[in-house]
Design a binder for this molecule. Structure first.
Ligand SMILES: [Zn+2]
Length: 364
């Protein structure tokens, strides 16, 4: 069968196209490399609870053993979203004693705060709220803070919500590694203006070394179970009184605005395409359902306007400044210094850094 010309550019299984991700490649069946990568990762994930049981039980025992004689068995992040809420539930179901950490970067929606309240009350979990003063780059800050809190509480295991069933697919160039302190610092140096970054928990070499020595490990618990979002939502609504958000990661106003307004308008990236494709691949949605869902507006224009005002106010910029930023040509993370960069690889040459930067400024 010959494939019609235009279909060479759209995956025959998920909803990604070459227009979304120019690096996408297709095999002879018209299936894209993101789908194939998903298949490989998903082959290791159990599809039924029976299949999941031995490994899950072994992990639970491992966590209990590590927590023996201590107040907690493990550390969990709690954003109030589906994944972290379910992890909290799952931990308690298995008789574990998690310490929950919630990161308040000042962008939580009211609903997220209510959900977190309900979860910790119903499950009777200890909660630490960690306030991050600076609104940018929350993921980088969270990464360090989780290890820091685990070290302080002598907790060996951090439970991660990363999972193949709902969030494996992510085309090249749609996101960037959150751990790259070089990249953050260079962007800050060039565009940070006069704002101070002194409170920001940057992952420098000293922190990396401390983290490596800590022996703390991450466990991706959602990859050890059959993770079905519709079922999980129903469970946490029923058991914890959890209330749903309109989109994935919409528990934060900034994430909602970033994924729903800024990324699609400035960078032409609509992450819903990756998320929906992922659900198609894991059999939680048909391709037609995903395409229909994608046709819906990301979120209402009124909400977008409200969020835009809120974001500008909170970042202390005018709406004109924001519009200038939106009009400026997009830049890639790799246009800035990054961890693959020469001086990051060979710190012995670091004394030459000021000279190099001077040279770059002259030639820029
Ligand atoms: Zn695909």
């Amino acid at each position: 069968m010959t494939v019609p010309e235009q279909n060479h550019f759209a995956c025959s299984r998920c909803i990604l196209t070459k227009a979304d991700a120019p690096n996408l490649t297709f095999d002879e069946d018209g299936v894209c490399d993101q789908c194939r990568s998903f298949d490989i990762a998903y082959a290791k994930v159990p599809r039924t609870w029976d299949e999941a049981e031995p490994e899950l039980n072994r992990t639970v025992e491992q966590l209990k053993a590590a927590g023996k004689g201590k107040p907690y068995d493990c550390l969990i992040g709690l954003s109030g979203g589906v994944d972290s809420t379910y992890i909290a539930y799952l931990m308690k179901q298995h008789g574990l004693r998690p310490l929950a950490v919630h990161f308040d970067n000042g962008w939580n929606t009211e609903l997220a705060v209510e959900n977190i309240d309900r979860i910790v009350t119903r499950l009777n979990i200890d909660l630490v709220t960690y306030v991050i003063d600076i609104e940018v780059l929350t993921d980088h800050a969270i990464f360090w803070a989780l290890y820091d809190i685990a070290m302080r509480n002598r907790i060996k295991y951090i439970i991660s919500g990363v999972n193949v069933a709902t969030e494996h697919i992510m085309p090249d160039g749609w996101n960037y590694e959150k751990y790259d302190a070089y990249n953050i610092m260079d962007i800050y140096r060039k565009h940070g203006g006069a704002r101070k970054l002194s409170n920001y928990p940057l992952m420098d070499r000293r922190k990396w070394r401390k983290l490596m020595r800590s022996g703390i490990e991450q466990i991706q618990i959602l990859n050890l179970i059959p993770y079905d979002v519709a079922e999980v939502r129903e469970t946490i609504e029923r058991e914890l009184g959890w209330r749903p958000y309109t989109g994935k990661h919409h528990e934060s106003i900034f994430t909602r605005f970033y994924q729903g307004y800024l990324l699609p308008r400035k960078f032409g990236v609509d992450k819903r395409k990756a998320h929906l494709s992922n659900l198609v691949c894991s059999g939680q949605m048909t391709r037609d359902e995903a395409l229909r869902e994608f046709q819906q507006e990301i979120y209402s224009p009124e909400e977008q306007r409200e969020d835009l005002e809120f974001v500008c106010k909170k970042l202390q910029i005018s709406q004109e400044e924001f519009e200038d930023f939106m009009r400026a040509p997009p830049r890639r993370h790799l246009d800035f210094e990054n961890h693959k960069w020469f001086f990051a690889r060979y710190p012995i040459f670091k004394p030459l850094l000021p000279l190099w930067r001077l040279y770059k400024r002259r030639t820029a």
